[in-house]
Design a protein around this ligand. Structure first.
Ligand code: RB5
Length: 143
C-alpha cells in the first residue's frame, strides 16, 4: 500500500499544490488533499491546523504545506509540538530538513519557489532518512 502524504495550502499555494499532488502520485505516494480547493482567499493557519490534526490521528505519515511564501504556514504548523515543519527553498535545505532535523512537514512558497525546484525538494524530502546520532538529542530537545 502506498504511503499517504497529506498536502494542504492556502490560495497562494493552490497552483503548486495541484502540481505536487501529481508529482506525489508519480513518485508512488498517495496524496491526501486537505484543501484549499480553489484560488479564493483563505487563511493559512486553518490549513496548518488540519495538517496537525491529520498527522496526530495517523491518517498520513508526513505532510506538505504551501502558502505564498511558505513562511506563515510554517510558523503556524510549528505551534504544534508533534510537527517539525521546515521551510525549504532548494535541494540542500530539503535534504537537511530530513537528515538533521527529522522534519515531518515540508513547507514551500508557491510564489517564491518554481515548480521544478519544488518537485526536487519534494523528492529529496521524501527520500531522505533521519541521520539520528547526535541529532537525536537535539531534536528531542525541541519538545
Ligand atoms: C497570502 O496572501 C499570503 O500572505 C500567504 O500565502 C503567505 O505568504 C503568508 O505567509
Amino acid at each position: 500500500m502506498a504511503e499517504k502524504i497529506a498536502i494542504a495550502s492556502d490560495h497562494g499555494g493552490f497552483d503548486l499544490k495541484t502540481q505536487l499532488k501529481q508529482e506525489l502520485e508519480r513518485l508512488g505516494f498517495e496524496p491526501l488533499d486537505l484543501g484549499t480547493d480553489g484560488p479564493a482567499s483563505v487563511d493559512y493557519p486553518d490549513f496548518a491546523v488540519k495538517m496537525a490534526q491529520t498527522l496526530k490521528a495517523g491518517d498520513a505519515t508526513r505532510g506538505v504545506l504551501i502558502c505564498g511564501s511558505g513562511i506563515g504556514i510554517s510558523i503556524a504548523a510549528n505551534r504544534h509540538t508533534h510537527i517539525r515543519a521546515a521551510l525549504c527553498h532548494d535541494h540542500l535545505t530539503a535534504y537537511l530538513a530530513r537528515w538533521h532535523n527529522n522534519a515531518n512537514v515540508l513547507c514551500l512558497g508557491g510564489r517564491t519557489t518554481g515548480p521544478d525546484v519544488a518537485k526536487d525538494c519534494l523528492q529529496v524530502f521524501l527520500g531522505t532518512d533521519f541521520e539520528g546520532g547526535r541529532h537525536q538529542n537535539r531534536v528531542a530537545k525541541l519538545g
